[in-house]
Ligand binder design. Structure first.
Ligand code: ATP
Ligand code: MG
Length: 247
């Protein structure tokens, strides 16, 4: 499988705070990779670096063959980024929101209808086409956000805590949409603070204080730490790191 996302020594400082510290990562095409870590760990900064929104202090990265600094404009053609506070227009309807993103991404008018019907179909939003986005439930809003992000059929998807605060049923719907995308070889970088979601990823990276402390399949991480749950594994890994660096 070709590598779709690659980071090499990726580092970003804000004054003397190192938000991302020497990140090395390779994510394969068609893989869903979970980025997990406590508040302020560096998840959003990693996403912003890899989507070419923020420049690194040092290090390199490539997404779908495009360099994150030198080719940041070309890179954006292949990706979608659903940020932690994804912008929907609350006073526009579901359909108007999705059409707005279709305009932004220059989706040809003759192809638009088919893509919109498909996206609203698999996110279960067809019956709510005319509803104002501001009147949707939290889970529906996130599904609409995902539909907007997918309007230009991206090859790589960056999702920053997309199901935060969403009920378990809507989270399950959201994941079934993601599994469909994986069948089409879309590559997904998914940050989450829910460890049941991390379990569903093919591999997981545990990030803490800007450092990638572990990167492996959920099963391998649990085996290595000799515990039953990812939660126990992550607590142990973070505690070990803290006691080593306390001096
Ligand atoms: N624009 C900025 N200016 C200054 N510091 C920043 C900026 N963006 C992030 N930081 C700092 O970088 C560190 C990493 O933040 P980041 O937002 O990447 O964490 P996160 O893992 O996404 O956290 P959360 O789970 O709360 O979303 C934090 O210490 C944060 O305060
Ligand atoms: Mg964040």
């Amino acid at each position: 499988m070709p590598t779709t996302i690659k980071a090499q020594g990726l580092t970003r400082k804000f004054a003397d705070n190192i938000a991302v510290n020497g990140l090395n990562l390779e994510i394969e095409e068609g893989e869903i990779f979970g980025l997990v870590g406590p508040d302020g760990a560096g998840k959003t900064t990693t996403m912003r670096l890899l989507t070419g929104i923020l420049e690194p202090t040092s290090g390199d990265g490539w997404v779908y063959g495009k360099h994150i600094v030198q080719e940041s404009e070309e890179l954006k053609e292949n990706i979608a980024y659903m940020s932690q506070r994804f912008g929907l227009y609350e006073e526009l309807t579901v359909l108007e929101n999705i059409n707005f993103y279709a305009d932004v991404f220059c989706v040809p008018k003759n192809k638009r209808q088919e893509v919109i019907e498909k996206l609203l179909g698999f996110s279960g939003l067809l019956p709510f086409k005319q509803r104002l986005a501001g009147k949707l439930s939290g889970g529906m809003k996130q599904k609409l956000g995902l539909s907007c992000a997918l309007i230009h059929t991206p090859k790589v998807l960056f999702l920053d805590e997309p199901t935060n605060g969403v009920d378990p049923v809507s989270r399950r719907d959201f994941w079934s949409i993601l599994y469909d995308l994986l069948k089409d070889k879309v590559t997904i970088l998914y940050s989450t603070s829910y460890l049941d979601e991390a379990e569903r990823c093919r591999r997981v990276g545990l990030i803490h204080k800007g450092r990638l402390l572990r990167c492996d399949t959920p099963d391998n991480i649990k085996k290595e730490i000799n515990v039953n749950t990812l939660e126990q594994a992550f607590i142990k890994i973070v505690n070990d790191y803290e006691s080593k660096h306390a001096k």
